[in-house]
Write a protein that binds this ligand. Structure first.
Ligand SMILES: Nc1ncnc2c1ncn2[C@@H]1O[C@H](COP(=O)(O)OP(=O)(O)OP(=O)(O)O)[C@@H](O)[C@H]1O
Ligand SMILES: [Mg+2]
Length: 250
């Protein structure tokens, strides 16, 4: 199985504060990888590093290597090319204050696609992939802000798919959603993994167990254990992992 990301001896500082320590991880292509761990342990910091979202934070310093498709994300990629290949969906649905159609075509247009027929095609296929086409096809010109929270989050996933990425990073994508919308996103993730590599941060253990192939347990900026999800949840090697998944802390 080919690796999508290879992280080697990565350290991340915010100013003097060491937020990630000696991270070593291979994230497999075409799989779902989950990051779990208590609040403040560095999950968001780490997932954001994978498409260089931390570049925007002034006193953030990264050491070590992050390889994507075998190439260094800092040295061998233009950041815009990297972010096109590695899309991101956030905790709170954040559609742009514009129509559903324009939300989806925003990315493709910035990448130079102008033809109306091509844009129409992208809108339909992205919404289909995000299981929204049937719901929304008759109101593409309406504001995205009028959608329910669950629909907004699926629209944000559709918007990410519209630029044809290889990887989708998701930081707690269902934490603001009701249980039914959460299940819809989980089903969506399971379908999407046939074509994309997915990395997801979640506080929901059942969710990690249901949808991921590999799980990393973070604690205080370190990866305590990283293994097949089955093993993490049935026979974790580390006592701290065991305690966390059994709800004994965090
Ligand atoms: N921009 C920043 N500047 C300084 N410190 C930061 C910054 N962002 C995060 N931190 C610190 O880094 C540590 C890890 O934060 P991070 O947001 O990655 O945790 P998390 O595991 O995602 O937590 P949660 O589960 O609550 O979302 C925390 O101590 C946090 O206060
Ligand atoms: Mg977080």
């Amino acid at each position: 199985m080919k690796n999508c990301f290879e992280i080697k001896k990565m350290y991340l500082h915010y100013g003097e504060f060491l937020a990630l320590k000696d991270i070593n991880m291979d994230i497999k292509k075409g799989k779902v990888t989950a990051f779990i761990g208590p609040s403040g342990c560095g999950k968001s910091t780490f997932i954001k590093s994978l498409n260089r979202m931390n570049d925007l934070i002034e006193d953030c310093k990264i050491k070590g290597k992050i390889l994507f498709d075998g190439k260094n994300i800092y040295k061998d990629y233009d950041v815009n090319v990297l972010r096109k290949k590695v899309g991101m969906v956030f905790q709170k649905p954040n559609p742009f204050p514009m129509s559903i159609y324009d939300n989806i075509t925003f990315g493709p247009k910035t990448h130079g696609i102008k033809k109306k027929s091509k844009l129409d095609e992208i809108v339909e296929s992205s919404l289909r992939d995000a299981a929204l086409w049937e719901d929304l096809k008759d109101r593409l010109d309406r504001s995205a802000l009028g959608l329910s929270g669950g629909q907004q989050q699926r629209l944000c996933i559709a918007r990410t798919l519209a630029v044809n990425p290889e990887v989708i990073l998701m930081d707690e994508p269902t934490s603001a959603l009701d249980p039914i919308s959460t299940l819809k996103i989980e089903e969506l993730i399971l379908r999407l993994k046939k074509e994309y590599t997915i990395v997801i941060v979640t506080h929901n253990m059942q969710q990690a167990a249901r949808i991921s192939d590999q799980t990393a347990f973070f604690l205080l900026g370190e990866v305590i254990e990283f293994d097949e999800t089955k093993k993490i949840f049935s026979t974790p090697k580390n006592k701290k992992t065991q305690d966390y998944i059994n709800g004994r802390f965090g």
